[in-house]
Design a protein around this ligand. Structure first.
Ligand code: CS2
Length: 500
């Protein structure tokens, strides 16, 4: 059988065709469903995570009130809109591990709004009484959060624009605010704002940023949001590489599905979610989401995830890229790197983490080593290295600060910091140049070049590093030594100095 284009019309044909090995949605996608969720930022991660949980609720539990309306705020979201539109918003999740590959067509996204074309439609959709949740994967930089002051970046030109243009917003907070004003005027409850981004205290930060924004517009609305709004904290986890052209071809060849933009991911997925919703929620427990009452439980899981998984990725990413590797699993195949990652987690990070009842840190670390080593998902190092200014300060720096506080070891974490600083020069160990993809690229590169092997210039960026670390002699010295070694000898000669 020739591959069939993925769309609603072809679904029955795919279902009827004996040769199709993918799981397909059999629930109705018209009429009975309601769009209870508006999601901002429809990328790979959303399509491999929240949208999959919702699809399972629709397919296996008949929950039809929480289909998803996707929203794109950025010009680049037009491609996602076009691909999804062509396919009636159906797409395929390809799960890969050493055990094999499976494919699953997801039907939980039922429409898509592209904000630059019609901002009003997005505001109206969020304000609609059927919308109970607005969920977000907008990356760290989408929060306009100053890591140093813990406040909204009110001086930012996009935030300034939104503060002065209520009906034509650009930022997430501008849209949330405009829609909440309408709900307030209509006597509706505020929707829950559900952050699915990789940040410690993601819900609390979202609340603080939105309330700060609202206070600058209208204190009455800010008070209403503060009293009635809900912003659950959540730990989200699923490694989701960027889709490649080969993924599309193998899906067509092996599963007979022609999908313009499938998602590739690992079998593992986890979501620990604080039970704090202002206007109802789907029965997430039924699809293995760990819904918890106590925010401290979420915080502890978040800490494990960010300090071990994401920090592990950062260690693999910058140093691995400088050393000439392309994919995460290739770095893990190198015995020195593998030992470095394990020892960094075990000796430097683990002692700083809380005990979570029923969870073994060692099992957690072992599972991570396995997940990082998955050769089949082809997780690209440039993806890991993307937007480092939003990542390293929350994945690596807090562990260093805590290790200094408790006088624990932190040399390897300093090596990771040094590798990132060296990476900012945009030249790898064999002299090849590469681009840095980071919202703070210009400032970071200028400071990296001005500083050479002295980290003081970069560490002077207060919004990333605060005041404490750059004043700590041992930290600055460790980072300097690593930067000098990396600059002189390269990563592969320096790394052995950091393993026992
Ligand atoms: C990665 C994450 O971008 C990164 O730095 O560590 O995207 C990671 O793959 C996810 O957080 C896994 O849940």
């Amino acid at each position: 059988m020739a591959p069939l284009k993925l769309n609603s019309q072809n679904l029955p044909r795919l279902l009827a065709a004996g040769g199709v090995k993918a799981k397909l949605p059999t629930y109705p996608r018209n009429g009975v469903i309601k769009e209870g969720i508006v999601h901002i930022g429809v990328g790979g991660f959303h399509r491999a995570h929240l949208a999959v949980y919702i699809d399972q609720l629709m397919q296996n539990h008949g929950v039809m009130d929480y289909a998803i309306c996707g929203v794109g705020l950025q010009p680049f979201d037009a491609t996602m809109r076009d691909c999804l539109r062509l396919q009636d918003h159906l797409y395929t999740v390809i799960e890969r591990s050493a055990k094999g590959t499976s494919a699953h067509v997801v039907g939980s996204i039922s429409s898509f709004l592209f904000a630059p074309d019609d901002r009003e439609a997005v505001i109206a959709k969020m304000a609609h009484p059927d919308t109970h949740i607005v969920s977000l994967t907008i990356t760290e930089s989408g929060y306009y959060y100053n890591e140093n002051t813990h406040e909204l970046q009110t001086e930012n030109h996009n935030i300034q624009f939104d503060l002065n243009n209520e009906n034509t917003p650009r930022t997430t907070f501008g849209f949330l605010y405009a829609a909440l004003v309408r709900r307030y005027q209509q006597g509706l409850k505020p929707f829950t704002v559900l952050s699915c981004d990789n940040m410690q205290k993601n819900g609390s930060i979202t609340r603080h940023m939105l309330e700060s924004f609202a206070r600058l517009r209208n204190p009455k609305i800010a008070k209403w949001i503060a009293e009635h709004g809900a912003f659950p904290n959540a730990m989200v986890d699923r490694i989701t590489p960027q889709t490649s052209a080969i993924d599309r071809t193998t899906l067509a060849n092996n599963f007979n599905i022609e999908d313009a933009w499938p998602v590739v991911t690992e079998p593992f997925m986890q979501w620990v979610l604080e039970d704090q919703f202002s206007d109802g929620r789907p029965p997430f427990e039924q699809v293995s989401v760990q819904v918890v009452k106590d925010v401290h439980d979420v915080e502890q899981f978040e800490k494990y995830k960010l300090r071990l998984l994401n920090a592990g990725h950062s260690a693999i990413g910058y140093a691995g890229h400088l050393a000439g590797f392309q994919y995460v699993h290739q770095v893990m195949e190198n015995p020195v790197f593998r030992t470095f990652i394990w020892q960094m987690m075990q000796e430097e990070i683990k002692p700083l983490l809380p005990q979570i009842p029923g969870v073994s840190i060692d099992n957690y670390c072992n599972t991570l080593m396995e997940r990082f080593s998955n050769p089949t998902i082809m997780d690209q190092l440039p993806r890991i290295c993307l937007n480092a200014s939003g990542k390293v300060p929350q994945f690596i720096m807090p562990s260093i600060a805590e290790a200094i506080w408790v006088t624990g070891p932190f040399r390897r974490l300093c090596f990771v910091t040094a590798a990132w600083f060296h990476y900012l020069n945009g030249i790898d160990d064999s002299g090849r140049t590469f681009e840095i993809d980071d919202p703070m690229r210009e400032e970071l590169q200028a400071k990296a070049r001005a500083g050479g092997t002295n980290p003081a210039e970069l560490l002077s960026i207060k919004s990333l590093f605060g005041d404490d670390l750059r004043g700590d002699g041992r930290f600055v010295q460790e980072v300097t030594i690593a930067m000098e070694d990396i600059a002189r000898d390269g990563i592969m000669k320096t790394l052995p100095k950091y393993i026992n």
